[in-house]
Ligand binder design. Structure first.
Ligand code: T4K
Length: 371
């Protein structure tokens, strides 16, 4: 039973019944097989491949290492066009591969990378586009793919927010050369920490599998400067225990999404965003606190905190404003006016499957009273 003063966080991890997790993990105990591609790892990988309609899945210990592996597996060089409006891991994966991020502005409605700006930023050094389905709102995949095809570029989707997300042509993960999912505790599907690379090409999956296992080809050969990106059996057990509950989790988040939309639709200065997905995953509930709102975004964020409601400003500051990116020519604020504005107005409200109506009304009432 929660009290009226208990903290309400932006997200809380989905948790299956504890015994379902321990039952799964006990099988690894009994086998004394804890990591390095064990039976649970294999079972989760196969279950996800089936769920994703036959795409190739390679499990990882988190999405950040997955993004780094994706760049290495595609042998990217030079510049990669990307969005400044994301979690820092998106761009860090490029720096770790000695690639230069080239930031382009975002679309004001989806807050995803704007394909029209992508084309203008292509140079003879560009090797790829790294786009993000921010908040589980699909990118304009067709436009991105047309540009990539025309200019012979690779496409990586940072799909950290995009588990169980369908655009009008089906599973969003079928697009691009590679998509990278996050299974972090705060994500729609979690394995405590974890992630996966999804691709179509079995040969590419083989390179990725070797990369995540130190680059080992066989017991006498190392093919690449790989990393340790493996998912353990305990993490895979958590994933297997979560999978049967995904529909109920989605329904819970859809209920929360619907109540916000109903209660906040007419609140002055609160702009609701729309996912544009055929089947949304309701991963986040972002709103923009616009200039018409009587209270600023930061004042509302602080006010919610005073009520023990821990909303988050995903994504403020912009990646391009952090020290290791600031000096890049593409980081200049006048190159990114829409992203700058969105970053100053964004607020992600609490959403998770078991957020109760009473808890959610606490959030809504603070916003309504302030607006
Ligand atoms: N690309 C994108 C677009 C991403 O958003 C992310 C990660 C990545 C790549 C990289 O994925 P991973 O390498 O992590 O797989 C969180 C997450 O740590 C991060 O995974 C996520 N994006 C990012 C958007 O959010 P923080 O620093 O905001 O997390 P934290 O610890 O403040 O947690 C948020 C709230 O969740 C807390 O206020 C309370 C609640 N919480 C958190 C944890 C960890 C719980 O209730 N239980 C928990 O166990 O980064």
């Amino acid at each position: 039973m929660s009290s009226k003063d208990d903290p309400i966080y932006v997200v809380r991890p989905n948790l299956p019944p504890f015994e379902e997790f321990t039952r799964a993990v006990k099988t690894a105990w009994d086998r004394r097989w804890l990591t390095n591609g064990g039976a649970l790892h294999q079972e989760l990988e196969t279950a996800l491949e089936k769920r994703f309609g036959g795409l190739q899945v390679s499990l990882f210990n988190n999405a950040t290492i997955g993004l780094m592996a994706a760049c290495a597996a595609l042998d990217l060089k030079g510049e990669v066009i990307t969005t400044p409006f994301s979690f820092i891991a998106t761009a860090h994966s490029l720096l770790w591969n000695s690639l230069t991020p080239v930031f382009v502005d975002i679309d004001p409605h989806s807050l995803n990378i704007d394909p029209a700006k992508v084309e203008a930023a292509i140079t003879d050094k560009t090797s790829a586009i790294m786009a993000v389905h921010c908040y589980g709102h699909p990118c304009d995949v067709e436009a991105i793919e047309a540009i990539a095809k025309k200019h012979n570029l690779k496409v990586i989707y940072d799909a950290a927010h995009a588990f169980d997300l369908e655009c009008h042509c089906g599973n969003i993960l079928q697009h691009g050369d590679i998509s990278v999912l996050s299974f972090h505790a705060t994500k729609v599907f979690n394995t405590f920490e974890g992630g996966a690379i999804v691709c179509k090409d079995p040969a590419l999956k083989t390179r990725i599998e070797q990369f995540k296992n130190f680059g080992i080809v066989d017991d006498e050969h190392i093919g690449q400067t790989g990393l340790n990106g493996k998912m353990s059996e305990a993490h895979a057990a958590m994933g297997l225990a979560q999978l049967p509950h995904m529909d109920e989790y989605r329904k819970g988040r859809a209920r929360v999404d619907a109540l916000y939309r109903c209660e906040l639709a007419d609140v002055k200065g609160i702009k609701l965003l729309h996912s544009g997905a055929k089947t949304p995953n309701y991963a986040y509930f972002p709103v923009l606190i616009t200039d018409e709102c009587p209270i600023s975004r930061d004042a509302l964020y602080d006010l919610l905190k005073d009520h023990n409601i821990i909303a988050r400003r995903y994504f403020y500051p912009l990646i391009s404003d952090f020290p290791m990116y600031q000096a890049l020519p593409s980081s200049a604020p006048d190159n990114l006016p829409i992203a700058q504005k969105a970053s100053s107005q964004i607020l992600c409200l609490p959403i998770y499957p078991d957020l109760s109506e009473a808890e959610q009304m606490r959030v809504i009432n603070v916003i309504k009273e302030a607006s």
